[in-house]
Design a protein around this ligand. Structure first.
Ligand SMILES: Cc1ncc(COP(=O)(O)O)c(C=O)c1O
Length: 379
């Protein structure tokens, strides 16, 4: 087989970095880390497709789960402990907290509360677009606005779309799938210009990974006094409880009441209520997960740079990585080698979205990447 100079360079660079870049990884955070993510250890594929916390939940949450197993024949009686934990964490009253079966259910509740025929949801493209499906099923119009060149929400273009009375604007910050931020000052400016009847749902699923930066501040941690704004969070990401299905919203009291009126009764299970409260109280686990993610993210940059690959700057636990051709080629190749990444994203046809996982899983990702026919790669 003839190996082009370009191809050879890429292979050499990749090999060099596998041996040199790993020492960057913080040893403390590595010490207790599993070699591979649990799905893979249980014989499944390596899951780099759903932006989960591959290291799993906190020991405190796991112990609470074990202790609660004896309760599973009972319906969930009270959400007080979890709601109280969320309210205390964010310094808000309990009346402002709405629980959901994952933040997915909050998105459904928001569509049911705010949308309907002759109403409109405005969202970016690409973004986490589940709300568009819920909006359509409520009979609402869906308007999508491409991200700008920095992969931030194009707020001026969104403002122009959010003119209809009773519109809902969905902002995912940091954004999925691009991992990019929309600057806080731009969002505040946007809120000032928005018609008084337009609601804004800010999805902060990846909040913990954004870190401290002048460009980013959570609308829960640094609230604006604006009852149009609803903020969602999930326990599926940094807390490592995706399988339990818990999410929540913080809203003005009367908005929270409206949202909760669309909740499925007893949706959050007895296990999720208890383990969720335990997980939220374990700040050390959150810190550890964030540190591990920062290390894994740096390592991903190192590996991509060594291969001269283009990635979008990530403020999350996943990356958009440019491939040489249509994303399907790389996705299929990885799948053949037991590695799952996100499905293709139509508006970014050459990119694949890769969730970060344990160092062991990521070494396997790059090994398989390097087996890929050259035309699926980009230098
Ligand atoms: C931005 C965003 N919001 C919401 C969700 C839904 O999360 P969950 O329903 O697990 O809380 C996801 C899931 O990946 C997401 O990426």
């Amino acid at each position: 087989m003839r190996i082009s100079r370009r191809h050879l360079l890429r292979r050499l660079a990749a090999g060099a970095v596998v041996t040199t870049a790993m020492p960057f990884i913080d040893e403390a955070s590595c010490a207790a880390a599993p070699r591979s993510s649990s799905a893979h250890r249980h014989g499944g594929p390596i899951r780099l497709n759903l932006n989960e916390n591959a290291y799993g939940p906190s020991e405190r949450a796991v112990a609470t789960l074990r202790d609660s197993l004896g309760l599973v024949h009972r319906y969930p009686d009270s959400a007080d402990a979890l709601v109280g934990e969320i309210a205390a964490l964010h310094g808000v009253t309990r009346e402002r907290v709405v629980l959901g079966c994952g933040s997915t259910e909050i998105l459904r509740m928001a569509a049911a509360t705010f949308l309907g025929p002759r109403k409109k949801v405005v969202l970016a493209s690409p973004t986490f677009d589940l709300i568009a499906e819920y909006a359509r099923s409520e009979g609402a119009e869906v308007a999508t606005v491409p991200l700008d060149k920095r992969y931030a929400h194009d707020l001026d273009a969104m403002l122009a779309q959010a003119d209809a009375p009773g519109s809902l604007v969905y902002i995912c910050n940091p954004n999925n799938p691009t991992g990019s931020l929309t600057p806080r000052t731009d969002l505040e400016d946007f809120l000032r210009k928005l018609p008084s009847t337009t609601r804004v749902l800010i999805d902060e699923a990846y909040h913990h990974y954004a870190g401290a930066s002048a460009a980013y501040a959570s609308f829960i941690d640094r609230p604006v006094d604006d009852r149009r704004v609803v903020v969602t969070r999930t326990l599926s990401k940094v807390y490592g409880l995706a399988g339990l299905r818990v999410g929540y919203a913080i809203a003005a009291v009367e908005v929270a009441r409206e949202l909760a009126s669309h909740r499925v009764p007893m949706d959050v299970s007895v296990l999720a209520l208890r383990a969720g409260a335990a997980a939220l109280s374990d700040l050390d686990h959150v810190r550890l997960s964030v540190t591990r993610n920062a290390n894994d993210r740096q390592e991903f940059y190192n590996q991509a740079n060594a291969r001269m690959l283009r990635v979008i700057d990530s403020h999350t636990n996943f990356f958009m990585l440019k491939t040489g051709g249509h994303a399907n080629g790389a996705i299929d190749h990885l799948k053949k080698h037991n590695i799952l990444v996100a499905p293709p994203i139509p508006s970014m046809a050459k990119y694949i979205r890769v969730s970060l996982s344990t160092p062991h899983d990521m070494v396997e990702f790059w090994r398989v990447w390097d087996l890929m026919p050259a035309h699926h790669m980009e230098m």
